[in-house]
Design a protein around this ligand. Structure first.
Ligand SMILES: Cc1cc2nc3c(=O)[nH]c(=O)nc-3n(C[C@H](O)[C@H](O)[C@H](O)COP(=O)(O)OP(=O)(O)OC[C@H]3O[C@@H](n4cnc5c(N)ncnc54)[C@H](O)[C@@H]3O)c2cc1C
Ligand SMILES: NC(=O)c1ccc[n+]([C@@H]2O[C@H](COP(=O)([O-])OP(=O)(O)OC[C@H]3O[C@@H](n4cnc5c(N)ncnc54)[C@H](O)[C@@H]3O)[C@@H](O)[C@H]2O)c1
Length: 480
């Protein structure tokens, strides 16, 4: 069977859903193809379950840091209840609610595996093996996401390692968990499992959260150690083996060993593009898809602008919110091009994802939280920018001390000295996640620092750290 439609989106993760939604809102017929669960990795095995696994212990620790409330906390974390709450948030891995939303906005859901079969043609193979071919009048969008990378460590693949999916869908936390990696997943899962009472060992070959400001890794490592986790920096497993007792034994490059019940591999992602028919349109299967600012894939066979890639699979920023932002731009540009309407591709224009380069906000839900947007000091200097730096303790804002007794954290602004605008911000400390959007607005809005003095933070909130940061930069002088 073959049908003509306006747009086919392969992959109904958060990003594919957003592209489909915008293209539909733009007046196009959209078929959304999904071979697993509508909602994707984020809803069922990544963002949502990981954050729900983290939240309860964080709330408990927060209560223990407030005199008066601390005395009322008389019991330990109820791990079974945490897991039950996680199950609620992932709807017991049932996507009926998400599928209902898809239907409610008039998007057609095609359940099955989608793959390109030449330009503009997508073949969907259902669970029963039946094939349906769709020919897209206007666009095909690949939004298939990414898979965990498994490094070629001797014996690792054979030792049945956990990936992030096993960690986020855990039914009974292991007694001992070794984690390979020092990035987002390693930090968050180490924090979650340490909170459950698991004996956690983090093995980071360099440092922890090395792409963020240096002080972030220091604070997060200290926080993990305070939770009872062992964090080993500068070590790499050379061999992994599951022994006769079912234990995993990791041999490290310094010849020491770590024995655990499970090992979680948290060493980044690979593109989920191996079996989507890229070879039928002149592209490399298994590659990240290279796109322009409107998410059009470069180098695909076929006439006209027809193939787009959004979300993790284009490797611009492996974050749900950033993929959804790309999805909004792509859905709108597909509708605009289909209708022959003008397309706005200027930086910060309607149909582009400029923020991917300048202002990607990230939150690591560790203990403490670590959040950043834009450039770090080191990245700005590498890019040849002349910068001014503001550095203050979070506790210099009285709101921080009220939030938690003995609050400790740190904040940094990176300011482009020539243009006098904020190009990067980092905050570390309890509950700093909600501070991040103020920084994102400052970076995207290119608000002059002199004007930021007029953005008055309410007393006594943690946002007053902005005032401390401005004071650290110095009150502007009026020229005679
Ligand atoms: C443990 C963990 C925690 C995370 N936490 C956060 C967080 O807190 N915040 C955040 O912003 N990001 C987080 N991320 C990253 C986030 O999960 C991804 O950036 C996001 O899921 C990418 O969305 P996507 O739609 O591109 O891909 P996905 O969510 O992977 O969705 C892709 C969809 O395509 C489907 N699909 C793939 N191939 C085919 C095919 N051939 N045919 C049909 N369907 C197909 C898949 O089944 C899937 O449903 C986390 C990642 C991990 C691993
Ligand atoms: N809160 C959030 O927003 C959140 C949470 C989890 C994941 N994520 C996203 O998911 C993506 C994947 O997370 P991740 O932690 O897997 O990747 P990551 O890129 O954040 O970290 C990968 C880590 O693995 C290490 N590593 C890489 N190869 C290795 C090897 N061969 N041996 C040992 N160590 C190795 C790296 O040095 C790094 O520390 C991230 O890019 C992030 O954007 C986001």
């Amino acid at each position: 069977m073959e049908r003509e439609v306006d747009v086919v989106v392969i992959g109904a993760g958060p990003v594919g859903e957003n592209v489909a939604d915008r293209a539909k809102a733009g007046g196009l017929d959209v078929v959304l193809v999904e071979h697993e669960l509508v909602g994707g990795e984020c809803s069922f095995w990544a963002c949502i379950p990981s954050k729900t696994l983290l939240r309860s212990a964080a709330a408990l620790r927060a209560a223990r840091r407030v005199g008066g409330a601390a005395q009322a906390v008389t019991r330990e974390l109820d791990v079974a209840a945490v897991l039950k709450r996680r199950d609620y948030w992932v709807s017991d891995w049932d996507d009926a609610g998400a599928a209902k939303w898809v239907a409610s906005v008039g998007i057609e859901l095609a359940r099955g595996h989608g793959r390109l079969d030449g330009p503009r043609r997508v073949v969907v193979t259902g669970a029963d093996g039946a094939e349906t071919a769709f020919v897209a009048r206007h666009a095909v969008v690949v939004a298939t996401g990414s898979d965990p990378a498994i490094p070629p460590i001797v014996g690792l693949a054979e030792a049945s390692p956990w990936t992030s999916r096993d960690a986020t869908s855990v039914k009974a936390p292991p007694e001992r968990l070794a984690i390979i990696g020092g990035g987002f997943v390693a930090v968050e899962m180490a924090t979650a499992f340490a909170g459950f009472g698991t004996e956690v060992t983090v093995l980071a070959r360099h440092d922890v959260l090395g792409d963020m400001e240096d002080f972030v890794g220091d604070a997060v490592v200290a926080g993990l150690r305070e939770l009872g986790a062992t964090v080993r920096l500068g070590v790499e497993p050379t061999q992994v083996e599951r022994n006769g007792s079912g234990e995993v034994v990791l041999t490290l490059d310094d010849d020491s060993t770590v024995t655990a019940d499970e090992v979680l591999v948290a060493t980044g992602r690979v593109p989920r593009s191996r079996s989507v028919g890229l070879e039928t349109v002149g592209l490399e299967p298994g590659s990240w898809l290279d796109v322009d600012e409107t998410m059009l894939v470069r180098g695909a066979d076929g006439d006209g602008d027809w193939l787009y890639a959004v979300g993790d699979v284009n490797h611009r920023a492996l974050l749900t919110h950033q993929g959804k932002y790309q999805g909004r731009a792509a859905g709108d540009v597909i509708a605009a091009r289909a209708a022959g309407r003008p397309v706005d591709t200027a930086p910060w224009g309607v149909h582009v994802a400029t923020s991917d380069h300048a202002a990607v906000p990230g939150v690591v839900f560790g203990e403490p939280e670590a959040v950043s947007v834009g450039l770090t000091e080191a990245a700005a200097r590498r890019a040849g920018r002349e910068v001014r730096i503001a550095d203050v303790p979070m506790q210099s804002a009285s709101g921080a001390g009220i939030l938690a007794d003995g609050y400790e954290g740190r904040a940094r602004l990176v300011v482009d000295a020539e243009r006098d605008v904020v190009i990067g911000a980092t905050f570390v400390g309890q509950d700093v996640a909600e501070l991040l959007h103020s920084a994102t607005i400052a970076v995207v809005g290119e608000v002059p620092v002199t004007r930021l003095w007029h953005a008055v933070p309410a007393f006594p909130t943690m946002s007053e750290v902005w005032l401390r940061l401005l004071e650290d930069l110095g009150r502007p002088e009026v020229e005679a």
